[in-house]
Write a protein of this length. Structure first.
Length: 219
C-alpha cells in the first residue's frame, strides 16, 4: 500500500512537472487540440511560475492551490474523472448529489496536486515518443519517465480524452507502474459510496480538500 501511495504521489507530481525547458509559453498560446504539445507546454508554464514564486510559496503554502487552479486545472477533466469514479453508483443517483460530488472531487484534486508539489526537488522528466492520434480517436496515452536518482525510475502513463464538440484534450487519469489512479480510488471509495451514499463521500472529500497545505520539515 505504501508503494502504491508513493507511485500515485509521483503521478500527481508529474501531471504538472512533465517537462522543464528553457522556453516558456504563454498560457493563451497553448493549443488544446494537440495533446502531446499541450502537456509539455502546460508543465513549462506551471513551473516557470512555481520557480518564480518560491519565496511566497514557502511563506504562504496555500498559494500552491491557486497555482494549481490557474495553471493546471484548465487541462484536467475533473468532471469526467469523477463520473468514471462513481461508475455504477450513478444509476438512480440524484443529479444534484452527483453535482456536489463532482465539485468536491475537483476540490480534492486541487488540494492533492498542491500538496504533492511541495515535494518537488528538480526531478528530471523524460517524455516517451509522441503518440500517433487518429482523427477519430477520443482517448490517447502519453508516456513519461521520472528520473529521480538515486531512486529507481518511475514509468507513468497519462490518459487524455478529447471533447467531441471542441476537439480539445484534457487529462482524466494517470497510471503509475500499472496502477490507475481512478481505479485505485474507485476501489477505495466504491463500498463507502454504496453503503453511505454519494453525499457522504463528497463531504469526506471536501474535508480532505480543506486541509491546509504544508511543507514537511527536513530532518
Amino acid at each position: 500500500m505504501l508503494k502504491t501511495n508513493n507511485l500515485l504521489k509521483k503521478a500527481f507530481l508529474t501531471l504538472v512537472a512533465l517537462l522543464i525547458s528553457t522556453h516558456a509559453f504563454a498560457a493563451e498560446s497553448i493549443d488544446r487540440t494537440q495533446p502531446y504539445q499541450m502537456m509539455t507546454q502546460v508543465a513549462e508554464v506551471a513551473f516557470e511560475r512555481l520557480k518564480r514564486e518560491q519565496e511566497n510559496i514557502h511563506q504562504h503554502p496555500e498559494l500552491l492551490k491557486v497555482i494549481v487552479e490557474e495553471e493546471l486545472m484548465p487541462y484536467v477533466n475533473a468532471q469526467y474523472a469523477a463520473l468514471k469514479l462513481l461508475g455504477p453508483n450513478l444509476k438512480g443517483a440524484d443529479r444534484k448529489d452527483v453535482r456536489v460530488f463532482i465539485d468536491a472531487f475537483r476540490q480534492y484534486l486541487v488540494s492533492s496536486y498542491a500538496q504533492v508539489l511541495t515535494q518537488y526537488t528538480d526531478q528530471i522528466i523524460k517524455f516517451g515518443p509522441e503518440p500517433k492520434v487518429k482523427p477519430d480517436s477520443r482517448i490517447t496515452t502519453i508516456k513519461v519517465d521520472i528520473i529521480d536518482t538515486p531512486r529507481p525510475n518511475i514509468t507513468l502513463e497519462f490518459k487524455l480524452r478529447k471533447d467531441k464538440k471542441s476537439g480539445e484534450w484534457k487529462a482524466f487519469d494517470m497510471v503509475a507502474e500499472g496502477i490507475s489512479l481512478l481505479s485505485s480510488k474507485q476501489s477505495e471509495w466504491n463500498t463507502k459510496i454504496r453503503q453511505e451514499g454519494i453525499l457522504s463521500v463528497a463531504g469526506e472529500l471536501e474535508k480532505l480538500a480543506a486541509q491546509p497545505i504544508h511543507f514537511e520539515s527536513k530532518k
